[in-house]
Design a protein around this ligand. Sequence first.
Ligand SMILES: Nc1ncnc2c1ncn2[C@@H]1O[C@H](COP(=O)(O)OP(=O)(O)OP(=O)(O)O)[C@@H](O)[C@H]1O
Ligand SMILES: [Mg+2]
Length: 351
Amino acid sequence: MTSTVPEHEIGRSVVTEPVRDDGPPGAVKARGLVKTFKGGVEAVRGIDLSVRAGEVFGFLGPNGAGKTTTVRMLCTLLPPTAGTALVAGLDVLARPAEVRKRIGVALQEIGLDPVQTGRELIELQCGLYGIVGEDARRRAQELLDLVGLTDAADRRTKTYSGGMKRRLDLASALVHSPEVLFLDEPTTGLDPASRLTVWDEVRRINALGTSVFLTTQYLEEADQLCDRVAIIDAGRIVAEGTPEALKAEMGHDVVTVALDGADAGATAAAIGALPGLERVVPEPEALALYVEDGPSSIAEIVRRLDQARISVGAISVSRPSLDDVFLSATGRRLEGADSAESPPESGGDSA
Ligand SMILES: Nc1ncnc2c1ncn2[C@@H]1O[C@H](COP(=O)(O)OP(=O)(O)OP(=O)(O)O)[C@@H](O)[C@H]1O
Ligand SMILES: [Mg+2]
């Protein structure tokens, strides 16, 4: 299996690799996955997923998109209504027990015993996988070091911050050295600093060879942490690729024209066929113009609007973000939706 690198990619630091899909099954391969709950809720409506061995794969989507439902099906916790899934090369329906031995799971709700210490919890978890005695003690220490909880190891978990609890949960999902680690919204509710710490732990775990499948509502998390991303909305995948490729597909620069009461149609008509215009996406109270060269387009936009005597608000240039990808695929923004910013963690949890 040789994967040839296109000539124009050689020597570039970012290689966007179209690796063939008919290769080894990789970490996850799902085809046509469907989950319809009793009562008719179509949580997952036919999704295909391929997660390659060794990558950090992000599943990005808003509240209720179907992320947890998908994770639960892949982790053998919920039978699909239709479709197939291989995890670590094994069919989740035919061989659930073997799949479970090869995966680690940290689900959205963390259930920690508050009077246990971090070390006790990890050693107990080791016991569930048949790792006992001196082996359990050694493994617990390794994992506590890995997630940066060495100093807090012998404190009760009720004294841990939200971020520390997440990291302990990560460690406990790793006791049996899983091939594939599933993390359901590992940083939701964490403050920005704790979020960065969790990202570091995920990178470190991934660098040791574990493939990671994580769900998130955070654009930046998908962008910064994940090698590839699938965007899910209302049970369907609406975009998939490396963050770089997804953003590049949107265009080069985005010029946002705040309408400030101006008519969207009249404004778009006045701007017309701008040189280098790639696409126009209407937004609430604004027009997003994807162009080859933002700064030089601004002058032309201002000239044309002036000529048509249309007065608008601020005009700004930025690079396309994953939110622009989400907007173009769904007609809505992910950022600023009620789900996108969660309250910060509640500090010391001194219950
Ligand atoms: N056991 C269930 N019975 C009925 N409907 C369910 C059940 N579990 C989830 N759903 C519905 O399925 C849809 C997808 O839910 P899911 O929990 O997978 O979303 P999510 O992307 O994980 O959202 P969040 O970001 O809020 O965690 C939602 O409409 C949810 O209400
Ligand atoms: Mg969820």
